[in-house]
Design a protein around this ligand. Sequence first.
Ligand SMILES: Cc1ncc(COP(=O)(O)O)c(C=O)c1O
Length: 405
Amino acid sequence: MNPSDCPQSSSGLSRRSFFRYAAGASALASLPILTEAHLALAARPHFADPNKGIHIDANENPLGPSEAARQAMIDIVPRGGRYLFPMEDELAQIFAKQEGLSPESVMPYAGSSEPLHYTVLAFTSKDKPLVVADPGYEAPMWAAQVSGAPVVKVPLADAKGAAAHDIKAMLAASSNPGVIYICNPNNPTGTCTPRKDIEYAVAHAPKDTIVLIDEAYIHLCDEPRSLDFVKEGKNVIVLRTFSKLYGMAGIRMGFAVGRPDLLAKIGTLGGMNSLPITAVAAAKASLLDADLVTTRQKMIGDVRTQTIAWLKSEGYATTPSESNCFMLDVRRPGKEVQAALAAKDMYVGRIWPAWPNSLRITVGTTDEMVAFRKSFTEVMSGSTAGLELPKLPGRLAERPFTHMS
Ligand SMILES: Cc1ncc(COP(=O)(O)O)c(C=O)c1O
């Protein structure tokens, strides 16, 4: 990754001003659409050269786009002087056909962050709360700042075990929710919520509530998918992205899948601009690559299993992840361990206030995880864990990001 790819420099906003802006933007019509990259960057204990060290903090896929996707992008570049926007329709049609959906229920976006943000904006308000699991992905909570909706956080059920969404508690948490957000598998725990519980949520949510099922990581596990709720015409929006298993986080492509009237409603808020044909071509090639999902699911799953088994052998508990990330209980303030690892140029994920002694670890390559084991052993052996980082000079010393309570 080049420094220019880094959110704080590419946007022209420093990390500090970015989050100041975000935090104060509730009165504005538009708030920056926060992605995992922004959240990971803001949670780093210090400014890190993205070209240096190991970054297992943003749930990225180090494998990058597949060979077929790379070739498709190369092949389409010479035609980049043309408006080839019907390609987007073709992409939606291919996905719809593969999944047995009507093409009208599939809307392509540049990643799934945009439709996630717009769904919260469209269906929540100060009288219609957003209900989320805790710990859970924070981006919808930031969007709720714009709609002015109260955020109701419901602890994951069986936090020391399955760490699934507590669907009954989520349904009971508000009498009039605008959106119930279910991330399956969940970010940050990597855990899945049983299909019967998701069915229960869809069947028992109030009539006007949208059940927003975020399947950013669904390709990494074999759990049942939720697109059938859309086919049945339920009040459900499913989000898919090419950023995770397909390795296209920087290329940007995703789908909102829902009833056409729901998609029209979120479409009024933005995101209806045409998409880069390179991203569309890469997404199409990825969808048509028959072995990609199973091959990568196994590759990432194997590294995850080995890493978790090693941690267990060292006496550390993790969530039972089926995804490319998991929470690791470090049995002391996670912030200290995160900072001590960062001092060794090993950048691990952030800490959620509900679980202050846990860190999110993204599954990297085998080599990256071997390096992680080494750094983690050194840090936890007591030589550096808990040490304060040296004071950074000037504005670098400012820590702009505090988690929402
Ligand atoms: C749960 C979840 N949803 C959505 C996204 C959005 O990703 P993108 O905008 O890259 O598709 C992410 C990114 O990490 C995520 O973790």
